[in-house]
Design a protein around this ligand. Structure first.
Ligand code: GAL
Length: 393
């Protein structure tokens, strides 16, 4: 049964909130309460459409908390946002947390201690931040969730991201539009679905967008899933999640599936990979199993237009990518931070979708774009995201 987008989101948010509140109560003993904010603000997040009085003066310290340097896109995101804010006259504290939420929470505490006016957070596990965000609110520090929604707390003021559900829809629709090119002689199509890290709130949207389209086709028999790893519905993403979005995890999972379920000449025809780091590991598994680009290489999806994956696309080892021009996300967040600091109306374009289990977080969504060999030059080179030689064109 495919859950509608709205059901998927509110159902999962409620479940998350329960978990988050439990997590917070476990952690609460570890945090010391902060003194009341000097400027008398309560730190409570603004109701939709309201501005937050933060003094109206541009400048001051903005914290930027990124999850890890080991996944390419976050290095781009962090450096770009830092540069934009500095150009606007802000000081910045850019920190990377090695994919460890407790490390990121400590970094955020330091940003608060250093007098940050706003912290921009791409969380690792957005359900384990209740206490630190209460500390931020108590200190009058405003909180932006960056790319990944933070759940189970009212102390998230804004969210800026790409349309995560649409990322999955674009992957699922591409598969439906091109599956006939990957049929076996007997008309069957062997599909292997993957999902991202179970602690990443985006995963439910990526997988939901794709599986709302593909799940019914699996039920109808359009696709077979020889590994049996086909979730019963769009909420089943955790059962096929790869922890930490690790390429190595995806590679070993793909190797296991090939070795266990693809004997006697059976071939993988299509792989749903939610992002590029997983797609890279899947490529390595396919190569190791003797698949050849242009001959029996499966349709392979991705997301982020990481350099290695765009190069792989040119080499025929990845079929499509969902590109999120993270320069646009950085520009949007820098603008919203500046508006918030100055006490101006903060620009959002979605005040319904992202229910974090406690409140609907006012958000700004940017549209992602499908990139294939048909438009790679126009999208990635003419936009200045890469040069032709970068990607091997
Ligand atoms: C997601 C992000 C994606 C993906 C993944 C690994 O939350 O939205 O772009 O790459 O993390 O970084």
């Amino acid at each position: 049964m495919a859950l509608s987008r709205r059901n998927l989101i509110s159902l999962s948010a409620a479940a998350l909130a329960a978990g988050a509140l439990a997590a917070c109560s476990d952690e609460r003993g570890g945090d010391t309460a902060d003194p009341a904010p000097a400027d008398g603000t309560t730190g409570a997040a603004p109701a939709d459409g309201e501005t937050t009085p933060t003094g109206g003066e541009a400048g001051g310290l903005i914290g930027i908390a990124m999850p890890t340097k080991s996944l390419e896109r976050w290095n781009r995101d962090g450096a770009h946002l830092e540069g934009l804010l500095k150009e606007m006259g802000y000081e910045t504290s850019l920190q990377y947390a090695d994919n460890k939420q407790d490390q990121q929470n400590n970094q955020i505490q330091n940003m608060i201690n250093d007098g940050a006016k706003v912290v921009v957070i791409a969380s690792i596990d957005g359900t384990a931040m209740g206490p630190i965000l209460q500390t931020a609110a108590d200190a009058g520090v405003k909180v932006f969730a960056y790319d990944r929604l933070i759940n189970g707390t009212e102390n998230v003021d804004y969210y800026a991201t790409f349309d995560n559900y649409k990322v999955g829809q674009l992957q699922g629709q591409y598969i439906l539009d091109h599956m006939d090119d990957y049929k076996n002689d007997d008309g069957s199509i062997n599909l292997e679905p993957f999902a991202g890290s179970p602690d990443d709130n985006n995963v439910r949207y990526f997988f939901g967008g794709a599986w709302d389209l593909l799940g019914p086709e699996v039920e109808k028999g359009t696709f077979t899933v020889p590994s049996g790893k086909a979730p019963a519905d769009s909420d089943g993403w955790a059962s096929i999640g790869i922890q930490g979005w690790a390429s190595s995890g995806a590679q070993s999972e793909m190797e296991n599936r090939i070795n266990s379920f693809y004997g006697d000449g059976k071939k993988v025809n299509i792989v749903l990979s939610p992002n590029d780091s997983l797609a890279l590991g899947i490529q390595q598994a396919l190569e190791g199993a003797g698949y050849t680009p242009g001959e029996d290489w499966p349709l392979l999806t991705g997301q982020d237009a990481d350099l290695a994956n765009v190069q792989a696309m040119v080499q025929g080892k990845q079929t499509m990518d969902v590109w999120k021009d993270t320069r646009m996300l950085g520009e949007q967040v820098a603008k919203m931070v500046d508006q918030l600091v100055k006490g101006e109306e903060v620009e959002t374009n979605d005040t319904e979708t992202y229910d974090n289990g406690v409140k609907v977080v006012p958000s700004f969504l940017i549209d992602p774009v499908v990139v294939t060999m048909d438009n790679i030059e126009e999208q990635l080179v003419e936009s200045g995201f890469y040069t032709a030689e970068d990607i091997g064109l």
